[in-house]
Structures are given as structure tokens and as C-alpha cells.
Ligand binder design. Structure first.
Ligand code: SAM
Length: 438
């Protein structure tokens, strides 16, 4: 039985929002929430602004991460807003809205992800979930209401500042936040950058750790340098995803002619540019870098340049990255790769996501005659032990140590994790990982 909130507080982001709140009023009534307490506050969120998440939850205030920047480019347009309500067992909850020009189903799917991410990040159980849909009109100024809700009888202020990633229903990873730096919801995902006591600045997407200042190099050096030193002379490199710029930075340490980065979400790059310089070292501005903001699947389906190395630095196979862990996608990668080209792909945690390791491994199988799995340690990733896949149609996957040493010396890289010996050793798999591949 769902315990409906006794009262609901809505806050409006702009004077225009007052009318829009009424639309929610009806929708919430329809959903069975009778006692609606509308706090009609205008100008909390100036039009077009992004809200920095708050680290405590005072009653009736905006809830971190559930702020919706809901501006339409098309004045006067009618959009569908899906409103998702999540309730925690103790009556805490969030309400989120999504204005989309897409279908109702798409808007609902997005809002569901947001609610889950908002709960997971704060270690709250999502107990009940409901969606109501309201027809909504974006006013001629193009600004719709941004609404966030906190409810409960006696909501005490939350003072802890922990961010939590849900690894499985039974295991979580948490970090204490020093400062919330940036938060926004892009068209594709919830983007958060926080400064943490343990790992420095971290990028989170949809409640999932992407990278941190403390250990980004462990991940990026293994993802990038292993294929780049495996290839004798990589000149043209493609990075799939990689919005934080860390992979790009490491690719550009090699004498490449061009590094193309195909990233679906321009906002991730924008945020990284502003707040994650320690990770990308301004690599975006290197004249050899070319940024393409597009779904990598669409991009590769349209072009046929021959890359020497393709590096898959994508989010885990959920949302827009789902299509990237498929045979169809690797067929496109193959088409864009030179015959002796090398592809590397982040492949998940053998401990926590063995299915991701396997899914990626088998998706590559039909298109690459030679494949190998290798491992690295990334403390902020689930389980700490991380799998990467390496593949080639006709190239050499295991250059001798002597060759790796010579290439490493010739390119004069300064590294924190990668060494030629470590490169060779990374392919030695414990039996439990080997067994995932048979
Ligand atoms: N190191 C990270 C990890 O393993 O979690 C990945 C980091 S990087 C930030 C991942 C990027 O992949 C994100 O910025 C995301 O927007 C991008 N991405 C997801 N799906 C994509 C797609 N279909 N095409 C291009 N980029 C995509």
C-alpha cells in the first residue's frame, strides 16, 4: 500500500510557472494526492539557469538532482510532461517532471531513470513509483515550470553529504562530498560533478561514477596506452564517448595526426571543460582533436574513414550506450578500422557486472579474428578490478615486451599506471575471469 504524501510542495522556477503549476495540481489530484500545498514561488530558478544541487533537504525546497531545466526552443508549443513520483519507505520522496518533445513513453522512461538515479545517489530505497502525465504548455517566453518536491510529515533536515552508487541491489559505493560543483539534466542524462574528500572531483552520470581526479589515469592509461602501444604507428584514432576528455588527453600524448571523439552529449564536454581540467588537461583545444557531437552508432553508420585505433570509452550498456555493446555496432567499428587496426573497449567489472564483460566479448566475436581481455585496477569502479577488451581483424595483439619497451621509450610518455611490463601482465587472467569467456 502506498502512503501518499500528506502534502506536496511545488516550487516554480519562473513567474510563468504559476500557471504551469496548476497543470500539476490537476495531475496530482488525479493521482490521488488530495492535499496539495502549492508554494507558488517565482524566481527561485531564473529562466535558463542551472541549479547547483543542495546538499541538505530542507522541507519544501528543491531537491538535488531533481531540478528540471525545462525550456523549449519552440515557443507556444504543447509538450507532454511526465511526472514521476518516488516514495521511500520512510515517506521521503522526490517528484520529477520531464518536459519532452518526444512521446509520452519516452518522457516517462527518462523520468523513471531520473527518479531511480536520484534515489540511488542518496542511498534511498525506491519503494513505490507512479507516473502521471500532464498536458503542458510552454509559454511564449519558452520557459516552463521547473518543479521539485519533497514531502513527508516531519521531514528533518538531512545533514549527511554522501553520494551513493548502487552496484547491485545488495552492494553500494559511497563517497563523502566536500562540495557540489555542477548539476544539470541534459537531454540524455543527469550530469553531476562533485568535489569529494577521498577522490577529488568526480563526474557522475545518472548516478554512476564515470571518473575521478584521483584515479582517472589508472583507467585511461590502460584503456588508451594498451591499444596505442600495441599498434606500431597509430595516426588516426577514434574515441567513442569519452566526454570527460581523459581518453582524448592520453591519445594525444602519442604522435597522432588526428583524434576524433564522437560524444553524444555536448553538455558532458561543456561541464568537463569547465570543471575537470585536471582530467583532460585542455586536450579539447589541441589542433589534432576533432569533436563530433553525435550518437556514435549514427556517426559510424555514415562514414568510412579508416582508423588505426578505436577506443570505446562509453558509459555502461544502459540508455544511449545500449546500442554500442552489440554485434551491429562492432560491425560498424570493423568497417571503420584498418585491417591491422586495434580496438579497445571498457568492458565492465568481472566481479559486479560479469554479464557486461561477456556481452561485450561476444558482441566483438563475429567481426574480429583476434580478441583478448585484459585487466586494470580502478578504485572508484564497481569491484575495483576492471576489464578491457582488445581486438583486431588482422593486426598483432601481443607485441613482444621488447617491442613495447622500444615504443614506450621512443614516444617518451610519463605515466602513473602504465608500463610495458604491466601491459604484458594485464593479459594474465585469473581463472574466474577466464571462465567468463568460454
Ligand atoms: N570511463 C567511463 C566509464 O567507464 O564509466 C566512461 C566515461 S565517458 C564520460 C562516457 C561517455 O559516453 C558519456 O559522456 C556519454 O555521454 C557517452 N555516450 C554514451 N552513449 C553514447 C553514444 N551512443 N554515442 C556517443 N557517446 C555516448
Amino acid at each position: 500500500m502506498i502512503t501518499l504524501p500528506r502534502y506536496v510542495s511545488l516550487t516554480a522556477g519562473h513567474a510563468e510557472g504559476l500557471d504551469d503549476l496548476t497543470a500539476f495540481d490537476n495531475a496530482l489530484h488525479d493521482a490521488g494526492i488530495a492535499d496539495l500545498n502549492l508554494i507558488k514561488v517565482s524566481s527561485i530558478v531564473p529562466q535558463g539557469s542551472r541549479v547547483v544541487p543542495m546538499r541538505s533537504f530542507p522541507v519544501g525546497s528543491l531537491v538535488p538532482t531533481v531540478y528540471a531545466r525545462a525550456c523549449s526552443d519552440r515557443p507556444g508549443e504543447t509538450v507532454v510532461a511526465a511526472v514521476g513520483m518516488g516514495l521511500s519507505p520512510d515517506g521521503r520522496g522526490v517528484l520529477m517532471e520531464y518536459h519532452g518533445v518526444g512521446t509520452e513513453a519516452e518522457a516517462e522512461a527518462i523520468v523513471r531513470r531520473r527518479v531511480e538515479a536520484a534515489f540511488a545517489m542518496r542511498g534511498l530505497e525506491l519503494h513505490e513509483y507512479h507516473v502521471v502525465v500532464a498536458e503542458h504548455v510552454v509559454r511564449k517566453c519558452g520557459c516552463a515550470v521547473a518543479a521539485a518536491v519533497l514531502w513527508g510529515d516531519e521531514l528533518e533536515e538531512r545533514t549527511d553529504d554522501w553520494l551513493t552508487e548502487r552496484w547491485t541491489p545488495d552492494a553500494r559505493f559511497a563517497v563523502r562530498v566536500r562540495e557540489a560543483i555542477f548539476s544539470m539534466r541534459s537531454r540524455y542524462q543527469q550530469i553531476d560533478i562533485v568535489d569529494t574528500f577521498q577522490f577529488g572531483r568526480m563526474l557522475w552520470l545518472d548516478g554512476t561514477v564515470q571518473t575521478s581526479e584521483a584515479d582517472h589515469w589508472a583507467y585511461h592509461e590502460m584503456l588508451v596506452h594498451v591499444p596505442m602501444f600495441t599498434h606500431p604507428n597509430p595516426k588516426r584514432v577514434l574515441i567513442v564517448g569519452g566526454g570527460d576528455g581523459g581518453a582524448l588527453y592520453h591519445v594525444l600524448q602519442h604522435p597522432v595526426e588526428e583524434a576524433v571523439m564522437v560524444e553524444i552529449d555536448r553538455e558532458v564536454v561543456r561541464a568537463a571543460r569547465s570543471y575537470l581540467t585536471a582530467i583532460h588537461g585542455r586536450a579539447f583545444d589541441d589542433p589534432r582533436a576533432r569533436l563530433v557531437y553525435e550518437d556514435a552508432f549514427t556517426y559510424l553508420a555514415q562514414t568510412q574513414p579508416r582508423f588505426d585505433v578505436v577506443i570505446m570509452d562509453t558509459t555502461d550498456p544502459v540508455g544511449p550506450a545500449m546500442r554500442l555493446f552489440t554485434e551491429d555496432f562492432y560491425a560498424l567499428v570493423r568497417r571503420n578500422l584498418a585491417d591491422d587496426g586495434i580496438v579497445s573497449a571498457q568492458s565492465g567489472s568481472p566481479w559486479i557486472q560479469p554479464e557486461v564483460v561477456q556481452r561485450n566479448w561476444y558482441a566483438m566475436e563475429p567481426h574480429f579474428a583476434k580478441r583478448a581481455l585484459y585487466l586494470g585496477h580502478v578504485p572508484t569502479y564497481p569491484g575495483g578490478l576492471w576489464a578491457f577488451a582488445l581486438a583486431t581483424p588482422q593486426g598483432e595483439l601481443y607485441p613482444p615486451l621488447k617491442t613495447l619497451r622500444a615504443r614506450f621509450a621512443a614516444r617518451k610518455l610519463r605515466t602513473n599506471y602504465y608500463t610495458p611490463q604491466g601491459h604484458e601482465a594485464a593479459f594474465v587472467l585469473p581463472p574466474f575471469v577466464q571462465r567468463l569467456l568460454v
